[in-house]
Design a protein. Structure first.
Lengths: 375, 542
């Protein structure tokens, strides 16, 4: 009887401990939050504006990495920036749309051109702001938002990547165009993502729409299917499990990834680091993604948020983006890190489709693609 | 609610037990779900969805693969469950804990490890999905059925043997009938788990085999087609509730009042047949469980093509230099902190799930008809995609004092929602197996309902509660879907960190993700061993 009741007491104690566990965790998390802001506060030396001491929240997608230079924004303005991650880009934007007017944060980072129209069609989602820096940004990007609901912050290109060693060993010329992929030499070499469930997959589909026209792209896909193509559901499945350079014993030397993926194979390599990337881009296959940041309607810190937007497109912040987030500056004249300069320059003439066309046709294009490739 | 009178009137007391689970479900599930439904649901949409050939094929695939996977897990799991509960085997506890590990691993890791094991010709095929599902869910069968085996009165089998029954006859006519409630319970859990599976289906099955859950996720996050998403969510819910009612009925019907207060101590395998059973089952189970885990560990050391090193481990443990020299920060600044955050949050989620789940299981077992309704209601979160729950929570808890969107509390609550149904399923068979006469006798002798619960039910329940807590913990530690919605900077969990590492193309990041998954697996292993030891065979060994 004794051991039984001892265990009972243990259980009862465990149950009783719940509220304390709640309190304990709450305590620890709020301590850590306040400690960050106090460090930031201590670092505030040149806080000259009325916004000093304010904390604003920037909502970002999961893959966002906070560059170190964000701290200097706090030093310059006294405004602390809290980063809140909210899933992939689609999830993040759709959450913002559902909470329009009563947002989870003050600034949203990561709306892209495939989702732009849907977001701008939502009343009151963003507070328009024309930053004084607009003139210094890529005009092709700023032209997408003539009413300044959001501000372009970076660009990225979804491109075919290939395994340099594989093509050298097999003595086949690497592909140079989309047309190459349907030639017998490249039979069964490509792995790509399902556009219905993956954003690079959708971007690549849009590349073929831009290249072969909205009426002709399905014919190209039918030829590609006949030539052998592997489709998986997500970027990581394609890259890590199916691509020869992904480390998962994959068998496909061509993959749909990003223009900035090759430098990553050096930057994140184990020592001794290779001197150049093990993969390269097919520049004629690239679709341009433009990412935007905007001030969310209902924010109580609009003035501070405007300052943050100015900072996000400043030279200092823009220069840090390639190495922290593997995207390109939208600001013109910003120097690229050496590796990007040599192996992953932004594509001069990327393929594009207007956000309005994407919004109007995306579901229909995905359906046509599914029919041509999967069914 | 008449909480005040609960102590006086036993019937009221039974309903008082239900207050917490009902409130919990209503506040954190039904309300948010209603908010989402209000944004898009219509009868027309449900009609459209059911009339659509594509949706019907998705529905059919989701259903049959779950049924096959549930049957497969029971067939593969029942022997190890029996052997590990009944016979003294060296390393028994460790193996029991090891079986639980696949269950908590992030699906990204499970999927990749499985693809590495299977030949390329099986990639993106249905058999591959089935194998991965059975592997992950083996824990449910081994642990649920095992608990039941250990609680079985051995004298029944001994008596049958004394009367001349062969071991096969004992198995068929005594053991299996007694295990039936646990078999039903575990097959129900596995079915629901496979029915709502998301990551493994996408990774191992490829794009040609979407499940309902994948389709809901896609409509919600990729195309913001809430009309279709809400309709699909309702269809999925109806099926989950339907299945729950069927199982709950089957379970209640087969429950036999034989639960013992003490666990049967595993004994030495005596006859040649028993020894053969042990010596075949244990190594086979170990091999099956270890194979994909071994791949995971190997990958954590593969940091460049064809070369192995401990670089990823140095980064994860903080020993040696940090990653990303030359101005680049590592993708995950402090991997160790994410493991600690996972554990802390999982602990809170486990406590919540255990309290809510235990109260609910008791209420369900006491109240016959209304109980089934509560049972079905609590299963709902399991049948709802994480994305629906996540969206619902952020448009519900969004104003004034109940604006909890940035709060850390939402994370364990979200995880507990998913874990409660498991706790209920594990505890319910035991609860139903308690002889009602015991409670009545205690009540007749003047014990208060609380007293009856503490002295009659709790002693028997504590093992199942331990098993339930183990599950809840494993689920919370590995939870990704709801977490990716509710996580905030400062409390990122390890699965979230793994997801972020995998989002950057390099072997070293991938290796780091696997190393982190391995750390998570080892930590979980330790926690499960400790939980098992706490509840263990103490009652019998003293």
């Amino acid at each position: 009887m004794t051991p039984t009741s001892r265990t009972n007491r243990l259980l009862v104690a465990m149950l009783a401990a719940v509220p304390f566990a709640l309190v304990a965790c709450g305590g620890s998390s709020s301590t850590s939050a306040s400690s960050t802001s106090s460090t930031a506060g201590a670092a505030t030396t040149a806080a000259a504006t009325g916004a000093a001491g304010e904390t604003i929240t920037m909502l970002v997608y999961d893959a966002f990495t906070e560059p170190e230079v964000l701290k200097s924004f706090t030093q310059q303005t006294g405004i602390t920036v809290r980063i809140a991650k909210g899933g992939d880009t689609g999830t993040l934007v759709n959450k913002a749309i559902l909470t329009a007017g009563n947002p989870e944060g003050d600034v949203l980072w990561g709306l892209d051109n495939t989702l732009l129209s849907r977001a701008l069609d939502t009343n009151g989602l963003f507070v328009p702001y024309a930053s004084g820096e607009l003139a210094s940004l890529d005009p092709a990007a700023t032209a997408l938002v003539p009413n300044h609901e959001v501000t372009p912050v970076d660009t990225g290109d979804v491109c075919l990547n290939y395994d340099k060693a594989w093509f050298a060993t097999n003595k086949i010329a690497p592909p140079t165009s989309l047309d190459d992929l349907i030639k017998p030499d490249y039979k069964g070499l490509l792995v790509l993502e399902n556009p219905a469930t993956s954003s690079p997959g959708l971007a690549f589909l849009l590349a073929t729409v831009a290249k072969y026209s909205p009426t002709g792209f399905t014919a190209w896909w039918a030829s590609l299917r006949a030539n052998g193509v592997t489709v998986v559901d997500s970027w990581d499945a394609a890259y890590y499990n199916e691509f020869t350079q992904g480390g998962g014993g994959g068998k496909h030397p061509i993959v749909v990834s990003y223009a900035s993926s090759p430098p990553a194979t050096v930057i994140y390599a184990a020592d001794p680091k290779p001197t150049e990337p093990t993969t390269a881009n097919v520049s004629a296959s690239c679709f341009r993604q433009v990412e935007f940041a905007g001030i969310l309607g209902g924010s109580k810190h609009v003035e501070a948020a405007q300052k943050l937007i100015d900072f996000l497109v400043s030279e200092q912040f823009q220069a840090a983006l390639p190495e922290s987030n593997f995207v390109y500056p939208v600001r013109t004249g910003v120097a690229l890190p050496d590796l990007f300069e040599r192996f992953a320059k932004p594509i001069a003439a990327p393929l594009t489709v207007s956000p309005a066309d994407i919004a109007a046709n995306r579901d229909q294009w995905i359906a046509a693609w599914t029919k041509a490739v999967l069914q | 609610m008449d909480q005040g009178r609960a102590a006086v009137a036993p019937a009221r007391a039974r309903w008082a037990l239900a207050v917490v689970p009902v409130l919990f479900t209503a506040l954190f599930f039904l309300w948010p779900l209603g908010a989402i439904a209000a944004r898009g649901l219509s009868l027309g949409a449900i009609g459209d969805v059911l009339g659509d050939g594509y949706t019907r094929s998705v529905l059919w695939f989701t259903f049959w693969q779950a049924a096959v996977c549930s049957a497969g897990a029971v067939v593969v799991g029942v022997l190890p469950a029996y052997v590990l509960a009944r016979y003294r085997v060296p390393g028994r506890r460790l193996l029991l804990a090891l079986v639980t590990v696949p269950f908590m691993l992030p699906t990204v890791v499970v999927g990749s490890a499985f693809l590495a094991l299977l030949p390329a010709s099986m990639h993106r095929t249905v058999p591959a999905v089935l194998l991965a599902h059975v592997w992950v869910n083996l824990a449910v069968v081994v642990r649920t059925v095992g608990t039941s085996v250990a609680q079985m009165d051995p004298r029944l089998g001994d008596a049958a043997a004394t009367l001349g029954a062969s071991p096969w006859q004992v198995m068929r006519h005594v053991t299996l009938p007694l295990l039936r409630p646990a078999l039903w319970a575990s097959s129900a859990v596995v079915f629901l788990f496979c029915f709502t599976s998301f990551g493994i289906v996408r990774l191992v099955g490829g794009p040609s085999h979407p499940t309902l859950e994948v389709e809901i996720w896609r409509r919600t996050t990729q195309s913001l087609d809430l009309r279709t998403a809400a309709a699909l969510a309702v269809v999925q819910l109806v099926i989950v509730v339907g299945m729950t009612v069927v199982w709950s009925t089957a379970q209640a019907r087969t429950a036999t009042a034989t639960a013992m207060r003490t666990l049967l101590r595993p004994r030495r395998a005596r006859t040649a047949g028993q020894r053969a059973l042990v010596w075949i089952t244990v190594p086979a189970t170990t091999a099956v469980v270890l194979a994909p885990l071994a791949v995971m560990v190997e990958r954590s050391m593969c940091t460049a093509a064809g070369r192995h090193s401990l670089d990823a481990w140095r980064a994860v443990t903080g020993v040696g230099r940090a990653l990303g020299t030359g101005g680049t920060q590592p993708v995950v600044a402090d991997p160790w902190a994410t493991v600690l955050a996972s554990l802390r949050i999982a602990l809170v989620a486990t406590c919540i799930a255990l309290v809510v789940g235990t109260l609910a299981a008791c209420a369900i077992a006491y109240a016959r008809r209304g109980g089934r309704l509560l049972d079905a209601g609590l299963m709902l979160p399991l049948g709802t995609s994480a994305v629906t729950i996540g969206f619902g929570l952020i448009i519900t808890y969004n104003r004034g004092w109940y604006d909890l969107r940035g709060s850390w509390v939402m994370l364990p609550i979200g995880q507990a929602l998913v874990a409660v149904p498991f706790v209920v399923r594990v505890i319910l068979p035991t609860m139903r197996a308690i002889q009602p006469g015991l409670r009545e006798a205690a009540a007749t002798l003047g014990a208060s309902p609380w007293h009856v619960w503490r002295e009659v039910d709790l002693p028997v329940l504590r093992r199942s509660m331990g098993a339930g807590a183990g599950f809840a913990f494993a689920i919370s530690v590995g939870e990704f879907g709801a977490s990716s919605f509710l996580t905030r900077v400062g409390n990122e969990t390890a699965p979230i960190a793994i997801g972020r590492l995998i989002a950057r193309p390099s072997l070293l990041n991938l290796a780091q993700a696997y190393a982190l998954a391995t750390v998570l697996a080892v930590v979980t292993l330790v926690v499960i061993v400790v939980v098992d030891r706490l509840r263990g065979e103490r009652g019998a060994s003293f």
